[in-house]
Design a protein around this ligand. Structure first.
Ligand code: ATR
Length: 279
């Protein structure tokens, strides 16, 4: 029997997950069809009920449903209950388990692609939305010494810092960035198609020369903040590795098989360049 998995979101037409998950299943010889399941909010509960049948391995969940699925599934694993967001659902004999691989995917990208270990380091997250939440909890688990959180709406940064607890603190990024080993754009600022595609969410000019600048946005590849950091000669990491690693961790939760990360990267990059040519 061909088994099924897919991505639940609204919209999902531009998701890269079908390209790189399908490539991974094919590479591992697994008979799984990974589909786009565009699901408006009113159809979410029905979509989740379907996942309980044996033909489904599980699903990825993306905007805007990462929180809304929580009451619809049976158990929360990893940090997903504390993050309050699920991006991966696994069907185990009709019981649905939720996980969040966004933050762990971010940390895996830092370690494997940037060759940078957050343990003992001081990291500033700019943004306090869903993406920043997953990253903050994962950095705490990875033993970062300081997780400073700055946000346009300061109350949201304070709430996230309180939820994570020490070593997370809420800060005002305007107070200077020279004390950080790594600064991460966790906002949509600089993303193609956003309200502020040319803008940067923080100024790289005061960063130390050895600082790492990360953007979770992956379209365009050279976001304004990464371009500014590269112009200064700073080390950078774009958003595609986080996307691929969160998917690799989902793949491993569904299959118990080690994810073919190189195959997934190649498929993601190909899909991204084809999409660029099409638009
Ligand atoms: P996601 O799940 O992708 O993180 P989100 O929960 O909507 O999405 O969070 C978006 C983040 O980008 C928030 O930190 C948001 O700041 P606010 O909490 O003040 O809304 C930030 N953001 C979005 N547009 C921004 C802009 N133009 N300038 C600064 N921050 C912005």
């Amino acid at each position: 029997m061909t088994r099924r998995a897919g991505i639940i979101g609204h919209p999902v037409a531009h998701s890269l997950s079908p390209a790189f998950q399908s490539a991974a299943f094919a590479h591992c010889g697994l008979d799984v069809a990974y589909e786009r399941w565009d699901t408006p909010s009113e159809a979410l509960a029905g979509r989740i009920v379907n996942l309980r049948s044996a033909e489904y391995l599980g699903a990825n969940v993306t905007i805007p449903h990462k929180e809304a699925v929580i009451p619809l599934i049976d158990e929360l694993g990893g940090q997903s209950a504390r993050v309050r967001a699920v991006n991966t659902i696994v069907n185990r004999n009709g019981r649905l388990f939720g996980f969040n691989t966004d933050g762990p995917g971010f940390v895996a990208a830092l370690k494997n692609e940037a060759r940078w270990d957050p343990a003992g380091r001081s990291v500033l997250l700019v943004g306090a939305g869903g993406a920043a939440r997953g990253i903050a909890f994962a950095l705490a688990e990875a033993k970062a010494a300081t997780i400073a959180i700055s946000n346009r709406t300061p109350a949201r940064a304070a709430r996230l810092a309180g939820d994570v607890g020490a070593p997370a603190i809420a800060v005002d990024a305007g107070a200077g960035l020279s004390g950080y080993d790594c600064v991460v754009n966790c906002t949509s600022v600089g993303m193609e198609g956003s309200a502020a595609p040319q803008a940067v969410s923080f100024d790289v000019s005061n960063l130390r020369e050895d600082a790492l600048v990360v953007d979770i946005v992956y379209v365009p590849e050279a976001t304004p903040v990464l371009a500014a950091a590269r112009a200064r000669g700073l080390k950078t990491l774009g958003g595609l590795p986080m996307l691929v690693y969160q998917g690799a961790l989902s793949f491993e939760l569904w299959t118990g098989v080690g994810a073919p990360v190189d195959v997934m990267f190649e498929a993601a990059r190909k899909a991204l360049s084809e999409r660029g040519r099409a638009s």
